[in-house]
Structures are given as C-alpha cells and as structure tokens.
Design a protein around this ligand. Structure first.
Ligand code: GLC
Length: 645
C-alpha cells in the first residue's frame, strides 16, 4: 500500500485538475490521467522527500502536459506495449550491448547501418555511450555535457538520433543513453551564465567564497580521481569561489537541493524519452545529494529524487526506464532498486558491480568461496527490477571487496585488493593478465585496474607466447565469465568487442586527450574485418563468438532465467565450482561454473533437485552423464543443467 498524507491527496487532486484542464483538447488524455492516478502518489512522495512538494508539483504537471503533447503516435503505441509487458528488460530474451557510437561505427548513421550485426548477435538493448554535446576534449569520454538537447556534432543530429531509435525499435532493440546528472561541463550554458553573474544560475552550483566549508566537507569525502583531479573543489576566478567538482575540475557538480535543477532535469528526461530513448543510465547517481559529515553518496534524498523523476516519466512517457549507475558496496547498491518505501519505485535496473568484481576475484584465486559468501549477503531486489550484469565496461575495475566479506573467508580485505590489482596488472607470479593500474592512491593504497576482458583473461599474453594451451584456457575463462553474466538473471551487458576478444588498445597514448587516462586501453575501435570473419574463423575471435552465441541462444529459451527468479548461490565441495540453482515454476535449472584453470569435480548431490540420470546441458544441447557419483568439469567449464529431455 502506498501511504499518502492528506496534504498529498489534496495536492494531487488539484494537480490532476490542472493536468486535465491543460490537455482538454489533446488525444490520449484519459490514459494519461489514469497513469497520473497510478503514479501520482509516487511523484508526491518522491518530491516530499527532498523539496517543498506543494510548489514543485504544479511545475511537474506543466512539464508532464508538455511532454504528452510532444509525444509521437509511435511512441505512445510503444508506451502501451511496454505497459502491457513491463518485464521486457527482465526477460531471458533481453541481451544488452554497450558501445561508443564513434568507436563502434563512426557515427549514428553508422550505428544504424550495423543494426544487422547486433540483431545477428541477439541484442535487444543497446547502450550508446555519452553522445550528447560534451565540452571540447578533455571531456571524460563525454561525461562532461555542454548541451543535453544536442547530439555531439561529429556523430549526427537529434533527427539522426530519432531515426536511429526508430530503426532500432523496428529491429526489436531498445536504446539506452547516459544521463549525466551529478555535474555539467563548466561550458554548459548554466555555468556560463553563473560566471557572467546570473544569480539564479549560480544557485545551480555549489560555490563557496572561501575554504571554510570545502575543508569541512573534505574531511569525510573520498576522492574519485585522486591521480588526475585530487580534491573535490576547484577555484573559479569569475565566480570568485570554490566550486564543487567531485570528478574533474571542469565537471561542475549541480546543486540538487535547488528545485530548479530538478525541474530542468525532469524536462530533459522527458525530452530524451520523446526522441525515442527507452532507458536512461543515471550516471554517478549516488553523488547527487551533499550532506556535511558524510561521504556524500547515496543520501536518502537521492532515492526520493529518483522516485519523483521516475514517476514523472511513468506518467508522461511510460516506455522509459531508468538504470542506476551506482558503483557502491553490496549493502548500498540494492537501495538504488528500492528498499522500504522506495521498493520498485526508483531505478528499474542497476549495475551489479560486485558480481563483476567477484568473478575476476574468483578467477584469480581459482576459488568461488568469497564470491558465494559476498553475493549471498545481498538483500533481495524488488521483483519488478533487474541487475545489469557485466564482465567489463568502459570504466576501470575498482576492487570493491568488502572487508567483512574478506574477513569471513579468513583473509584481509586490503591485502586481497592489493593482490587483485597486482594479479591483473600481470605483476603476480603466474598471472597471464595484461591490465594496468588506474588511479593509484598513495593515501589509501587503493589501485584500480584497466584492461579489456580478453587481455585481463590472458588472451593477449597467450597469443604473444604462441601458447595454444594458454590461449584455450584464456578463451574458456572469458566464456565462463560471460556464462555467469548471462546466466545470473538480469540483463547481460556485452561490452563492445568482447564478443570477438578485442585486446588492449595501446594506441590511446598517441591521442593527447586520452593519453593521461588509461581507461582508453579498453575502449578500442571496433575491428570490423575481425568481426566479419569471426563467424567462420577458427581463431580466438571465432571461438569466442561461437561460444557467446551458444550462451545467448541457451539463455533466450530458458524461462528460469527471468530476472524475477533469483538464483540460489553456493559452491561445491571443491570450492572452485560455483553453483547457481534456479527453481522456477517452469522448471529447475542448475548452472555450474568451474572458476579454476584445471578440471574439477562436483558431487551429484549438489545438482539437487535434478534427476541426475537425465541431465541435459542447455548450452550445448547435449546430454550429460556423471562419472561415478560426480560431475566432471574441465578448466573453466560451464554447464546449465536441466533434467528434461
Ligand atoms: C561514471 C562514468 C565514468 C565517468 C564518471 C563521471 O562513473 O561511468 O566513466 O568518469 O561517471 O561522470
């Protein structure tokens, strides 16, 4: 039950009348009002959590009315489709792909001409990395936006974006874009106006005349980019003030306590939805709300704000969903999908950063115990939401191993994090990895890691050494990682190039804007000759692509992989083997993954409740028999087992 104060009920009644009056002559108004009745309470409760809701609500109603007028017939039909199948992103058929438009295909028109490639792979969801007009480089890979209503000029125009969205929709692919809401480029019109003395616009930012408050805040603030942007405040001469800049000095944090900022973003969100965008990735969402004495991440207001924005979108543009990018610890990340009063009312998707970290950690240790214990500590997520699961993305890997989790396995968190950084930088004896340290922080000893999946797994070093056995192991390791990503439940996000094993791209050092940021190591250009030949090639790209395609096919047919069925997670008697058991009304699946580089065995009891005399592997389609009372798994072997013919 949604609780609503009497003040809220009265305000909503008035807002409803305002909406009905504004749209008297428009089509679809009855549907819109029905949605207002359904999600209005979420909107009110969200606003109340951070603002004077009485004054903000009428402003939201105007934005909703305008967005409704602007919504095309086709997108209104899409709204209906999505409302009828709200679990579209939770379904086993959902397969994500993540790419930079320019590095994938030159520009938006290029992406459009490569839709077939995505369809052949089975992709149903495409996240195109930041493509709204950024400041001139450096711009943090586009995460310093100058204009949210304009496409980066070398990629195309808003019209091209709408055309691309339409073409993707026709191919059954949803479009995700980044919405950077913690900060704007210092060249954004708001910041320019603030510097020119516009008092209202100055209030969009957090600017302090002297160091008193910044120093006080710094006491509890961590540093995101300690190596290239130490500190969280930057002096600006024109403002005569220290401006809050969590990330780079030219990324100005916004003052979300100002309701004008909220309304600007509500407007931008509805505008982007009306271009045909299906999902917005809420970049760095944890950082929105600042509170003295805290690390200024994940404050309660963040969730209230997300709830208000989502409710507005549910009402005006309901085909739109949100994905939270909150790279925070296990206890906190679940909150972005909603706990307590926010359950199921905020982001629909959230990145499962811990799963990614734990997969790489388990590979390095040949052991799944830390992975199982830490994933089992996660609270259940609302049944209407899903994880975005991934093995690699455009960012570095922060070794977010929780100290308590490490202690529960008998080792020290700090030492394990240091081990992982060294292992994946190839500095540990026997490590086949070719990663690089990112943002070493001498104060905390923290080091993060850059590198592509293929290079981290050992494909690069095996190729160089012409070591066929090592190459096979590395390929199987990537496939095992992806089998977990595809088999965990939630939308798997394939990072561009992983399907053909693109290696580290060392040429980033030749580009002045990229040279200082080694995350470009794992942001290569798409290798189209390699991609084109992969389906029939016997090289590592072909082997990876065929393996991944098999996994995608298997996933699509497996109803038990619906995100609303969470897996039971445990490890075998041999702790290298990870087991995910999914008991779904449509049939049980037991997935087994060998995280070690040597063959291991799993006792038959671990496959309960399957009938082990009739086992079949969904990935290969073949029947599987035990050897004695155990199941034998080759190095990095993966099986998704059922007991039906
Ligand atoms: C997100 C992005 C990252 C960027 C940061 C600041 O974490 O993924 O690439 O540097 O936000 O916008």
């Amino acid at each position: 039950m949604i609780s609503l104060s009497s003040q809220g009920a009265a305000a909503l009644q008035q807002a409803r009348a305002q909406l009905a009056a504004a749209l008297r002559k428009d089509s679809g108004v009855d549907d819109l009002l029905a949605r207002f009745d359904r999600w209005g309470p979420d909107l009110w409760n969200g606003l109340v959590g951070a603002y004077d809701a009485e004054t903000v609500l009428p402003r939201f109603v105007e934005l909703i009315a305008q967005a409704h007028r602007d919504r095309s017939k086709e997108l209104r039909a899409r709204d209906m489709e999505r409302l009828l199948q709200p679990d579209w992103f939770q379904r086993p058929e959902a397969i994500g792909y993540v790419a930079y438009a320019d590095r994938f295909a030159g520009d938006l028109a290029g992406v459009q001409s490569h839709i077939d490639y995505l369809s052949d792979l089975g992709v149903t969801y495409l996240h195109l990395m930041p493509l709204l007009e950024p400041r001139p480089a450096p711009n943090d890979g586009g995460y310093a936006v100058m204009d949210y209503r304009k496409v980066r000029s070398d990629l195309g125009t808003m019209k091209n974006l709408r055309e691309l969205a339409t073409a993707l929709h026709e191919a059954g692919i949803a479009l995700t874009l980044d919405l950077v809401l913690n900060h704007v480029a210092q060249e954004h019109a708001w910041a320019v106006a603030a510097r020119k003395g516009d008092v209202a616009k100055r209030e969009y930012f957090l600017a302090y005349p002297d160091r008193t408050l910044p120093d006080e805040y710094e006491k509890s603030l961590p540093e995101v980019f300690p190596a290239f942007a130490p500190g969280n405040f930057t002096w600006d001469d024109s403002l005569s003030a220290w401006v809050w800049t969590t990330f780079n000095t030219w990324q100005w944090d916004l003052n979300w306590a100002n309701p004008d900022v909220l309304c600007e973003f509500a407007d931008i969100i509805l505008f982007l939805a009306n271009q045909g965008v299906d999902c917005l990735r809420l970049d760095a969402i944890a950082f929105l709300w600042k509170r003295m004495g805290t690390n200024c991440q994940g404050e309660p207001e963040v969730h209230s704000i997300t709830q208000a924005l989502r409710a507005a979108a549910r009402i005006a543009t309901p085909a739109l969903i949100f994905k939270a990018e909150a790279i925070v610890g296990p206890d906190d990340v679940v909150k972005y999908l909603g706990v307590g009063e926010h359950a199921g009312r905020i982001s629909d998707l959230a990145y499962h950063n811990s799963l990614m970290v734990q997969i790489w950690s388990a590979f390095a240790m040949h052991d799944a115990r830390l992975l199982t214990s830490s994933l089992n500590r996660f609270a259940q997520i609302p049944s209407t939401t899903a994880w975005g699961t991934y093995l690699r993305c455009h960012d570095d890997i922060g070794w977010a191993i929780d100290d308590r989790d490490a202690n529960s396995q008998g080792f020290d968190g700090g030492s394990h994090r240091a081990f992982l950084a060294e292992y994946y930088a190839g500095e540990f004896d026997g490590s086949p990895s070719r990663g690089a340290h990112f943002q070493s922080n001498p104060l905390t000893g923290d080091r993060r890691t850059s590198g592509s999946a293929a290079s981290l797994a050992g494909i690069e070093s095996a190729l160089e050494a012409h070591d066929e056995a090592a190459l096979t192991l590395a390929i199987d390791k990537v496939l095992c990682g992806y089998a977990i990503v595809l088999g965990f439940g939630g939308i798997p996000l394939i990072y561009m190039g992983d399907e053909i094993g693109l290696l580290n791209d060392y040429s980033y050092v030749d580009e002045p804007e990229h040279a200082a940021d080694n995350r470009w190591l794992h942001r290569p250009m798409m290798d189209w000759p390699r991609a084109k030949s992969a389906p029939t090639s016997s090289d590592y790209s072909g082997r990876l692509l065929r393996g991944l395609t098999e996994l995608i096919e298997a996933r699509k047919d497996c109803e038990a992989l619906h995100a609303a069925t969470p897996p039971e997670i445990f490890h075998g008697a041999d702790s290298a083997i990870l087991v995910l058991r999914r008991r779904h009304p449509g049939g049980t699946v037991v997935q087994v993954f060998n995280m070690a580089g040597s063959a291991r065995e799993l006792p038959a009891e671990s496959l309960w409740p399957l009938d082990t005399t009739h086992l079949r592997d969904l990935i290969s389609g073949s029947s599987v028999s035990l050897s004695g009372a155990s199941l034998r798994l080759p190095a990095y072997g993966t099986l998704w087992l059922v007991d039906t013919p």
